[in-house]
Design a protein around this ligand. Structure first.
Ligand code: ADP
Length: 499
């Protein structure tokens, strides 16, 4: 039997066919347009995304030479928070999707935060008030698309994140489409109570979102409905997880204290806190990790780092010292060490754990000796140092020391970076055989629901290590380097003045 994962991401949509051992058989991928109508606005055409979903399913299934009867289930994973509102009767989106990066709703966020601060709903939702989450995006659509609010109150409009949009369309759309989301996606809206796992009336009122338009919240692993049309006609859809949670699931980080760190444009760290809801005192987000059927939900702390892979892009595009991202490794290896050079990529201030919007990026420790190799090396080290500091915040919040770090994402092909990471953390860094952990996690959740795999232990047993980096420096050296890094970070503070 096979499982198909649909990964509806920010820049592209993919379908991946997995076999029973969790190995990739074939895949299809299509990018969609990034629409920037004005500064700070980021949109997608949801209709284009749905067209792409159908296309990539057909490509992947054909390349895998399987038919619908060979596929036990479909899992969905997706870009999180992005808000889509559509007409229940026509199936047409009423405007472009407002993407998670979009900051147009800052005025509404400021207004809500004026009464109680940005942590006003943190106890209930695990989240600070921010434009990032879906709620203010839905409110914006209802307030700015003509007639939308009345139509929503009459029950004519539906809201969904990308998972819900794909599920509704895949299960028939206007003809009986299932209007459902899973707990992980719902936990990113700012509208769900983390404890009851239901939409909260006070939150709905605060954001002015009618309950009628919201999907039913279900677990991350159960049969939601059956695919209608495409090459997967008749196959049950049985798993949904937001992308970072799916990666955590694909990394089989099921135990308390187990974690994964994804190295992409930015980094996303998730640490499983089990059945406990841990409220962060260090600027992390509390979120649902997953829920399997009727089981209790598992929670997590999430930390993100804004600039990691994008620092490599900056060296490529703005400084031109490399022509392709992987070349940074060769360049870094032309020197023995960082030569005392530190790069602090505080391009838009410093996030967790510093929270200094007044900071700006800096290259420090320059001497006549320093060259581009040192800068390349310092840039890779900056990725590792930033990861260490977010992990320190997690340990401070949970009191559970880190035993190892499982990694995935585009930068983990860089062995030099991985060795730095192990050195700076003082624990092993482990890369799995399948680094498509996001799609794998969605496939696992779907396969579990239909009995392809019996339980989490079976999934754990399938996980394969590909490479491991052990710390190669002693504690004293580690502390020395960290102290130097922290000193470099403090030098970036207080750069942007009020005016
Ligand atoms: P995303 O999912 O955020 O689009 P990916 O997981 O595809 O990102 O990772 C791409 C990022 O990783 C880019 O920012 C790129 O600069 C960086 N990258 C890719 N390969 C390497 C490498 N070998 N060394 C360092 N950085 C790399």
């Amino acid at each position: 039997m096979h499982i198909v994962a649909i990964d509806q991401g920010t820049t592209s949509t993919r379908a991946i066919v997995f076999d029973e051992k969790g190995a990739i058989v074939a895949s299809g991928q299509r990018e969609h347009e990034q629409i920037f109508p004005q500064a700070g606005w980021v949109e997608h055409d949801a209709a284009e995304i749905w067209t792409n979903v159908q296309a990539v399913i057909d490509v992947a299934v054909e390349r895998a030479r399987v038919s619908a009867s060979d596929v036990a289930a479909i899992g969905i994973t997706n870009q999180r928070e992005t808000a889509i509102v559509w007409d229940r009767t026509t199936g047409e989106p009423i405007c472009n999707a407002i993407v998670w990066q979009d900051t147009r709703t800052q005025p509404l966020i400021d207004e809500l935060a004026a009464d109680g601060g940005v942590r006003r709903f943190a106890d209930l939702t695990g989240l600070p008030l921010a434009t990032y989450f879906s709620a203010s995006k839905i409110a914006w659509i209802l307030d700015n698309v003509e007639g939308a609010r009345e139509r929503a109150e009459r029950g004519d409009l539906l809201f969904g994140t990308a998972d819900t949009w794909v599920l509704w369309n895949l299960t028939g759309g206007t003809d009986g489409g299932v209007h459902t989301t899973d707990v992980t996606n719902a936990s990113r809206t700012l509208l769900m109570d983390l404890r009851t796992l239901d939409w909260d009336d006070d939150l709905l009122k605060a954001f002015g979102v009618p309950r009628e338009m919201l999907p039913v919240i279900r677990s991350s692993s159960e049969v939601y409905g059956t695919a209608v049309g495409t090459a997967l006609d008749g196959v049950p859809i049985a798993g949904i997880l937001g992308d970072q949670q799916a990666a955590t699931f694909g990394q089989v980080a099921f135990g308390v204290g187990e974690s994964k760190n994804t190295y992409g444009t930015g980094n996303f760290l998730i640490v499983n806190t089990g059945e406990e809801i841990v409220e962060s005192e260090n600027g992390l987000i509390t979120t649902v990790a997953y829920q399997i059927g009727e089981d209790a939900p598992r929670y997590a702390l999430e930390g993100s780092i804004a600039v990691t892979g994008s620092l490599v892009q900056w060296l490529r595009d703005n400084l031109g010292i490399i022509s392709q991202a992987p070349e940074i490794e060769e360049l870094a290896l032309t020197v023995e060490d960082n030569g005392g050079v530190y790069v602090v990529p505080a391009f838009s201030g410093l996030f967790a754990p510093y929270w200094r919007p007044d900071a700006r990026g800096a290259i420090l420790g320059l001497t006549r000796f320093a060259n581009k190799g040192h800068i390349a090396r310092a840039a890779l080290e900056a990725v590792a140092f930033q990861t260490r500091e977010v992990l320190d915040a997690v340990v401070a919040d949970t009191g559970v020391p880190l035993k190892e770090l499982r990694v995935d994402g585009g930068m983990v092909g860089n062995a030099t970076l991985m060795q730095f990471q192990a050195d700076v953390l003082g624990v092993p860094v482990i890369r799995p055989a399948v680094i498509e952990t996001t799609a794998l996690g969605a496939a696992y959740a779907a396969g579990l629901a239909v009995g392809v795999w019996a339980d989490l232990d079976e999934l754990r047993a399938m996980w394969r290590e590909d490479a491991r980096w052990e710390p190669a420096i002693d504690e004293e050296e580690r502390e020395r380097r960290l102290a130097r890094w922290r000193k470099a970070v403090t030098r970036t503070f207080d750069w942007v003045d009020e005016d």
